[in-house]
Ligand binder design. Structure first.
Ligand SMILES: [Zn+2]
Length: 173
């Protein structure tokens, strides 16, 4: 169901502003998302860290075969698809209780960052909600989103409004 819904979604001006920023900053921009859709990639971003996985990838729950591109929609009443090894094919998504992906890389980048921006996140789901606290002693920290996040007091600035309107105005084009 989620794949069917996401397949029709299109990037908004915030995704495009971040892709443009990556073209300027290259590897000096570290873009990490909690979103599992591919809208950043559709907008042109090349180096996206999907800490909660990717909706259009699947993986085997048993063998070390790497996650693979998968746009199939599966009939929930049918048997689960199987890998050649006999393991079950599952979404490459971080489910509740599982450890998010790439945390080592994420914390290395947090240790190096001078400007930290969080966009459109609730400030509730850990570990992402604590990233701002991890950098706040030395980085300028900015929140952009429609509603004040639960961790608003940890930010230097909170810009409340639609990310699709604020980011294109805030970021150089
Ligand atoms: Zn397998």
């Amino acid at each position: 169901m989620r794949r069917r819904v996401a397949a029709t979604a299109k990037p908004n001006p915030a995704h495009i502003a971040l892709a443009t920023l990556e073209q300027k900053l290259q590897e000096r921009l570290f873009l990490c998302t909690q979103n599992v859709d591919d809208l950043h990639e559709q907008a042109g971003s090349k180096r996206v860290i999907h800490m909660h996985g990717e909706l259009f990838k699947s993986r085997c729950d048993r063998c070390s075969r790497p996650p693979f591109h998968d746009t199939n929609t599966y009939d929930p009443s049918a048997e689960l698809p199987r890998c050649d090894c006999g393991g079950r094919i599952r979404p490459h998504i971080c489910w509740f209780g599982e450890v998010p992906f790439e945390l080592d890389r994420i914390f290395r980048s947090l240790d190096e960052c001078s400007i930290f921006m969080a966009v459109g996140t609730s400030g509730v789901v850990e570990p992402a909600a604590s990233f701002v606290a991890h950098v706040s002693s030395r980085a300028r920290t900015i929140y952009v989103g429609a509603e004040e996040p639960a961790n608003a007091s940890a930010f230097t600035e909170c810009l409340i409004g639609k990310a699709g309107e604020i980011l294109p105005a805030l970021l150089p084009t």
